[in-house]
Design a protein around this ligand. Structure first.
Ligand code: FMN
Length: 372
């Protein structure tokens, strides 16, 4: 049987847009925006390298939609005309390379920084997740939920006006939209809680309102965590598959699963890989995008073989913004840990490097890249 290659185009049929290949730059927080969320020339330079490097689609880092949800000092924002104007430059740059651009819309929820927001984090219920949140978590009122829903929709409008091809709603990694989905953090008994369907209400409302306001060629995707790992506790694969299948009926263009490792066995159930499990359970007729340990051409191809339609590349892209061009021409990749020199050549300034140093195994411990 002929297997699709990640070098082949990918159609988002509902939006009528096509990516020139199935390789996607995963959303990667770089911490290089200004303190108020304005995009910096360094992050634009990094995105430009990725566009030139052959990716068919770029998903921009988790981007703040409303004051109060900030997680990183150098997190980009999409809340002002100026920020919209800067995004327009990124969109125009990418268009010149025939690359689709999608901005990831984000609110930190229970993980929002107390210091950066000068307030307690907000969530669906007043449950402080772990000891990192000294002020506790404030349960959101119906009014606050409506305001935040509008924040996501307004940011999507700004992305559209800026000429971006779409938005991705960040429903993974224990941030706000993920918190609403999580039965251990969402104990509400009103319209936003009490059943899987109700826990998806905020996402469904955001999607419906984006569709009402913007032309149908604007891509809307959702990113989910499939199960508990890393920062996420309390979600199970069977629950998240129900969520994915509900969302796939909501006029979105793709579903994106963010995994630590696409090829691991699922926490629940037996046998096949997590990705194969997801493919089997996903009933949507939209592209399935996956991220997690897709490091080279072989793993990209393996992910497609297991049922992914598109592959998102995270860490490998940090050292290889030209990841696609390299794997498509069988050119050797630079492997982690990446040297600081390599990362700075790829656009990472001192703030960016400082952030990347917090990710285990990503950056070499000495200047020249040697391990000590
Ligand atoms: C430095 C860094 C920043 C990240 N920032 C984001 C982000 O802004 N939004 C998001 O959804 N995931 C983020 N992730 C997760 C990646 O998108 C990806 O899902 C994860 O790294 C697994 O893919 P990989 O094995 O190819 O790295 C980040 C990961 C890293 C290493």
């Amino acid at each position: 049987m002929a297997t699709t290659s990640f070098t082949h185009p990918q159609l988002f049929s509902r939006a009528g847009k096509s990516a020139k290949n199935k390789a996607v730059l995963a959303p990667l927080t770089h911490n290089m925006s200004e303190d108020n969320g304005d995009l910096s020339s360094d992050e634009m330079a990094w995105l430009s390298l990725c566009a030139r490097g052959g990716f068919g689609t770029l998903i921009l880092a988790a981007t703040q939609v409303l004051p109060g949800g900030r997680c990183w000092q150098g997190q980009p924002g999409l809340m002002s005309d100026f920020q919209q104007g800067q995004l327009a430059k990124v969109a125009a740059m990418a268009r010149r390379h025939r690359v689709l651009t999608i901005v990831q819309l984000h609110h930190g929820g229970v993980r929002a920084s107390v210091e950066l927001n000068e307030r307690a984090p907000m969530g669906p219920s007043a449950i402080a997740a772990g000891g990192r949140y000294p002020l506790g978590v404030e349960e959101m009122s119906g009014e606050q939920i409506a305001e935040l829903t509008e924040g996501f929709v307004s940011a999507a409008q700004r992305a559209y006006e800026a000429g971006m091809d779409g938005v991705e709603l960040h429903g993974a990694h224990n941030f706000l939209l993920c918190n609403f989905l999580n039965p251990t953090l969402n104990l509400r008994s009103d319209e936003w809680g009490g059943s899987v369907f109700k826990r998806t209400k905020m996402l469904r409302d955001i999607i419906a309102e984006i569709r009402r306001r913007l032309p149908r060629n604007f891509i809307v995707g959702v990113r989910l965590s499939p199960e508990s790992y890393a920062n996420v506790r309390g979600i199970a694969l069977s629950h998240q598959m129900e969520v994915a299948n509900i969302l796939a009926t909501q006029d979105i263009d793709y579903l994106h699963f963010s995994m630590g490792d696409s090829f691991k066995a699922p926490n629940e159930g037996e046998g096949s890989s997590l990705l194969a499990h997801i493919r089997e359970g996903f009933t949507g007729d939209i592209p399935l995008m996956v991220a997690g340990n897709i490091a080279d051409g072989l793993s990209a191809q393996q992910a497609l073989h297991l049922g992914a339609d598109m592959v998102a590349v995270g860490r490998a892209a940090l050292g290889n913004p030209d990841w696609f061009n390299r794997v498509a021409t069988r050119t050797k990749l630079v492997n982690p840990p990446f040297s600081r020199k390599q990362l700075s050549l790829n656009g990472f300034n001192a703030k960016g490097l400082q952030y990347l140093l917090s990710v285990p195994g990503l950056v070499a411990s000495t200047e020249d890249g040697a391990q000590v």
